[in-house]
Every structure is written in C-alpha cells, then in structure tokens.
Design a protein around this ligand. Structure first.
Ligand SMILES: [Zn+2]
Ligand SMILES: [Zn+2]
Length: 228
C-alpha cells in the first residue's frame, strides 16, 4: 500500500492544503493512505474520523513534533503530547506508550536530528526521502538508516496540493488503522520512493531535481517484499 506519511493541512499555519483536498485528491495521486502530521498538534481529530474514509482512503492521525534537536513524526495511542520536550524525553515517552517516532528529514540543514538517538531503540525509523529536502540531505538519511538498520520511510512534507503524494512509503502490510501503521514501521515493512503519478503535471524545477535523484520503479501491485 502506498502512503504519504507526512502531510500538513491548513491546521498548520504554514500550509495551504485543505483537508477536503487531501481526501478528494490523494487517490488520484496513487495513494492508498495519508498520515496527517500537522506541526505539534493532532487537532485534525476535530475535523475527521480516523481510519478508512467513505472513498476508501485510509487516513491516520499523528503529528510532527519539533524539538531543539530535530523534528519527529510521532504516532501512538495518544491524541496529544505537550510541546517543549527534548528529543530524548519525547522519544522515551512515545516508545513507552507503545508508539513510534520517525525522524523527519533527519539531516536537513538547520533542522537535523542528533545521530546518537539512532543507536537507541526509541527511534525506530528515518524519513529517508523527504519531498522538501535537497538530494544530499536525503542521501545522508538513507545512509544512516542502512548504518543503524532502521525502517526506511518516505513523506512528501506536503504544504500544498501539488506536493501531496510526491513521496510515498510503500507498506507491505494491509494498513487500516493507526495500530497497523505502528506495527508496520516497528516491523520494518516499509520502503520509500518518489511517486511517479505526480509527474503527470510536473513542476519543471522539481522534475529536474527528482530525475537526478534516486527514483525507484513502482512495482505492479501494492505489496512488495522489502529488499535488504
Ligand atoms: Zn510547515
Ligand atoms: Zn513537515
């Protein structure tokens, strides 16, 4: 299944992407699911019911949590975590609750994570392709994921409709709920890839950037065995 695990709606002050646009357009971009990860809030729960929508799209709620040492996409059996925690305290809290923390754009200049956290069990996955990163930042994330043997995820970091679904996490598991997503990431059932569907209306600059990058062909059918 193809998921965009990093999507900002207009609940994030920096985003222009309407909730309705996500629901209506995700399928046209080849997505089976999206994770709503607004900045430091899971307020999306006031607007939508989580899970499979009437049109079949699977919507999962999480948030992008900012710390002084990088940003984390967090998902767990919680509907809020107060802002202001250090990376270490956040990761500990999420792990103990039974959730997952995915390091978002972990090597982005100015927003990078501390590499030692990848040695601990509390952070189990890295976003190895982020749609807003430059190629080198994604490359470093990929190298770190391989070095520390962490689950590899991809997210568009969409703040506009055009960006939605540009990067996907291919999940080799039938994800219908937040719990399923957590299981898949914990058990390393994910791979990251650029999404070819979005090239139907390419922005020229983005297109050039992607072609120079590491696009992996989409395998027919949604289930793909993870290749180590
Ligand atoms: Zn933002
Ligand atoms: Zn983001």
């Amino acid at each position: 299944m193809y998921f965009d695990i990093h999507v900002h709606t207009i609940i994030s002050p920096c985003s222009k992407l309407e909730v309705n646009e996500v629901l209506e357009q995700a399928g046209t971009k080849g997505l089976d699911g999206v994770c709503i990860t607004d900045h430091n809030t899971m307020e999306i729960r006031n607007y939508l019911r989580e899970g499979i929508q009437p049109n079949g799209l699977c919507v999962i709620f999480g948030m992008e949590y900012a710390t002084a040492n990088g940003d984390y996409l967090i998902f767990g059996p919680f509907e809020n975590i107060p802002s202001g925690l250090s990376d270490q305290l956040l990761l500990e809290r999420v792990y103990k609750a039974g959730g997952i923390a995915i390091a978002a754009h972990p090597f982005r200049t100015g927003r990078s994570c501390r590499e030692p956290v990848f040695l601990e069990k509390n952070c189990c996955a890295l976003e190895i392709i982020n749609g807003r990163n430059i190629e080198f930042e994604n490359l470093r994330a990929r190298q770190a994921a391989r070095k520390y043997n962490l689950t590899e995820c991809g997210g568009s970091d969409a703040h506009t409709l055009e960006e939605l679904g540009r990067v996907t996490t291919c999940i080799n598991y039938p994800v219908r709920s937040r719990k399923d997503l957590i299981f898949s990431v914990k058990n390393n059932l994910c791979t990251a890839q650029w999404n070819i569907c979005n090239f139907s209306k390419p922005n020229v600059n983005l297109f050039t950037h992607h072609m120079g990058c590491h696009y992996i062909s989409i395998v027919p059918g949604y289930l793909k065995t993870k290749q180590q």
